[in-house]
Design a binder for this molecule. Structure first.
Ligand code: SF4
Ligand code: SF4
Ligand code: MG
Length: 672
């Protein structure tokens, strides 16, 4: 509001009308609106878009409303120009889409309404924010002003803590954007406690909790529980809680729920549900009775990636989130410029967070073209630091006469390369060193080791990036890393297109798909990155697709991480650039269909099996069945080719199907 001029106009999109809208406007806003004699307008663009079949696309409606209220050009002209632009942009997507957008223009003009601004609002008394003082300094002095578009008023001195380019972790939880129209509501009586809703949630908003009877008794009103099912769970009750103000309303959780235990209902009726979530996350962490080797068990671990800035229904973040649930407390991540960096590091918010002990992923971002090299640098630095700790420990073992210190140090040396064992023995070793009374040279050694203690636990090193990075621009570096034998893990979010820069074709784009730089459909087949990696023989390689097989993804991740060499996981991740007919709420369903028809294949190549005399290649997806062509036509990136180049479409779709089948046959032969 500070930037609106006297007599200016403000357009709000919301479903409140008249007095109800006035009730929801902040006092500060109303006061300034009256003082500056602002013209206030409102429109329910979300409802209009849904009614017209545009899903969540409200931009055309709002643009039309903008022209109506600003009168920068005569509204008849604006309508004509907008419709001409629509015809030009969407003409090849069919009359239905063109007409929907025409209707969006008409409704935007027709339904925008002026809201009276009473003069008495100018005399309202400001209500100072009661919570501000309790928030962390970064949130108060940087995040809130930046989100209010007042970042240019922050003095440089406020950034002293960030002068080295770092930002605090776990700040996305303070944003509370409240952008969902509908949020999931849990029916405890129908729930089978599978935790799939949590597994697929791109924003870590919905989570299962195990609570004791005492905790349930003290819970806020409306906190729903059911008796926890499964062995080892007898002492607990089970509860699904949703952070409704961090939920995007994508509906993925409700779509995937096998028991129809989640229904999407208006956020307005469920604002109080946030209290239940806040209560549940503040409870003491419980030892996971199921462990992390099952989909259900993995979800009782705290996600150390929460409320990222990803699109509703994002296909990438559920993969990344699971990794943080398994390894987040000892994880280093190098992330390539692209979506995986943008949803994670959109200043000033940061969604990677820490557990109750303050441990969480350390994340660094690099340019598109050198993320593998950047990650390799992180790996080499961590390896050098750990080697130095090992050398100091060996020197201490040789020097000390303290049997307790010696035993703890030896136990840690033996566990050096085992992540979980090094964590456990490292904790004991650190405790014993902190309590020992060594002096002189031995005392100096002990102090040095304690100073390096954050390297006692073996680190889990990951490189994140999309296909634009891994298949294309960063491939040279990636190839160098997988050929090096380094104990690192590479996660490729394969959206088959440069997602973040507007959908340009990459070498992962299959034949026939329409993308930027491939307007007439891509002519060449998708590169087989997995096969190229497998040719080394000592690289762990997996192709996964969460919606098709949740356990296969979990297995691949556990195998890749524990493999003492390079690992690469290629994950199928649909995105808004694909133009899914089913909408982004059914991303998991679309992934499943992709695997069923043989568009995408699942496999794991584990070099450890060679040593056991077994075939290292395991094909995890079934023989393709179903209509491959119908699958293609369910995505605008393919179906649009039918309209613009119908004859080419027939040829290219047949070619892409043939290529996918040949790929499956090749994998089948490898699995024999
Ligand atoms: Fe998560 Fe989407 Fe469900 Fe919200 S609607 S809880 S963001 S899956
Ligand atoms: Fe319960 Fe459905 Fe979630 Fe499974 S997916 S835990 S049945 S709400
Ligand atoms: Mg991509």
């Amino acid at each position: 509001m500070a930037d609106v001029r006297e007599g200016g106009s403000v357009l709000i999109t919301c479903d409140w009308k008249g007095e109800e809208l006035a009730k929801h406007l902040p006092v500060q806003f109303k006061k300034q609106a009256a003082q500056k004699k602002i013209h206030l307008y409102a429109i329910d663009s979300t409802a209009i878009a849904q009614e017209l079949g545009l899903g969540s696309r409200t931009n055309t409606i709002l643009q039309a409303a903008f022209f109506k209220i600003t009168k920068v050009i005569p509204i008849e002209k604006a309508e004509q120009y907008m419709k001409e632009a629509i015809k030009k942009t969407y003409g090849n997507k069919g009359d239905k889409i063109v007409n929907m957008n025409y209707a969006a223009v008409e409704k935007g003009i027709e339904l925008v309404q002026e809201i009276p601004v009473p003069e008495e609002w100018a005399k309202l008394t400001d209500v100072p924010s009661a919570v501000d003082g309790k928030l962390p300094k970064w949130i108060r002095n940087i995040q809130i002003p930046v989100n209010k578009m007042e970042g240019d008023k922050i003095p440089v001195s406020e950034f002293a803590d960030a002068a080295d380019g770092t930002m605090p972790a776990g700040t996305s939880k303070y944003e509370k954007r409240g952008i969902a129209v509908n949020v999931p509501v849990w029916d405890s009586s129908k729930c089978v406690q599978c935790n799939q809703c949590s597994y697929v949630c791109p924003h870590a908003a919905i989570r299962p909790f195990l609570v004791t009877a005492d905790e349930t008794a003290k819970a806020p009103q409306g906190f729903k529980v059911a008796k926890a099912k499964g062995s080892g769970m007898e002492a607990y009750q089970f509860s699904i809680q949703n952070a409704v103000l961090d939920c995007t309303g994508c509906g993925s959780c409700a779509k995937v729920c096998p028991a129809k235990a989640l229904t999407m209902e208006p956020l307005d009726n469920h604002l109080a549900d946030e209290v239940g979530f806040e209560y549940a996350i503040a409870l003491p962490a419980k030892k996971n009775p199921l462990g992390v080797n099952t989909v259900k068990g993995s979800q009782f671990e705290q996600p150390l990636l929460e409320f990222p800035g990803a699109c509703p229904g994002c296909g990438e973040t559920p993969y990344a989130k699971l990794l943080t649930q398994l390894f987040g407390d000892r994880m280093y991540i190098a992330t390539a410029t692209g979506c995986s960096q943008v949803w994670a590091t959109s200043f000033p918010s940061f969604p990677y967070t820490t557990n109750k002990k303050g441990q969480g992923p350390a994340v660094g971002g690099s340019l598109f073209e050198n993320n593998a090299e950047f990650g390799m640098g992180i790996y080499l630095a961590a390896q050098r630091q750990r080697m130095s700790l090992l050398e100091d420990t060996q020197a201490l073992i040789a020097k000390t006469a303290d049997s307790k210190v010696k035993a703890a140090a030896e136990a840690w040396v033996n566990a050096y390369d085992d992540a979980e064992a090094s964590k456990l023995t490292g904790a004991t070793y650190k405790e014993i060193l902190a309590a020992c009374k060594a002096s002189g040279e031995e005392g100096e050694l002990v102090a040095k080791i304690l100073g390096e203690a954050d390297q006692l636990t073996k680190k889990s090193i990951w490189f994140f990036g999309g296909d634009g990075w891994a298949y294309d621009i960063g491939y040279g570096g990636l190839d160098h890393v997988i050929a090096s034998g380094a104990d690192v893990n590479i996660m490729v979010f394969d959206t088959e297109v440069y997602s973040n820069t507007g959908g340009q074709a990459s070498k992962a784009t299959p034949t026939g798909a329409v993308a930027e730089f491939a307007a007439a459909g891509k002519r060449t087949k998708k590169k087989d990155l997995g096969m190229m990696a497998m040719s080394y023989g000592d690289v762990y390689v997996a192709q996964v697709a969460m919606g098709a097989n949740q356990s296969q993804f979990l297995k691949a991740v556990l195998e890749a991480e524990s493999y003492h060499g390079p690992s690469i996981i290629i994950a199928y991740a649909p995105c808004i650039n694909h133009g899914l007919r089913c909408g982004m709420s059914d991303v998991q369903g679309e992934i499943k269909r992709a695997v069923e028809v043989g568009y995408w294949q699942l496999y794991r190549y584990n070099p450890l099996l060679i040593e056991k005399g077994k075939n290292p290649f395991q094909l995890d997806s079934k023989e393709p069945a179903g209509d491959f062509q119908a699958f293609l036509k369910g995505e605008v990136r393919y179906s649009s080719l039918e309209r613009s180049f119908p004859e080419e479409a027939v040829k290219l779709f047949a070619k892409t199907e043939k290529e996918a089948k040949a790929r499956y046959a090749k994998y089948q032969a490898l699995a024999k």
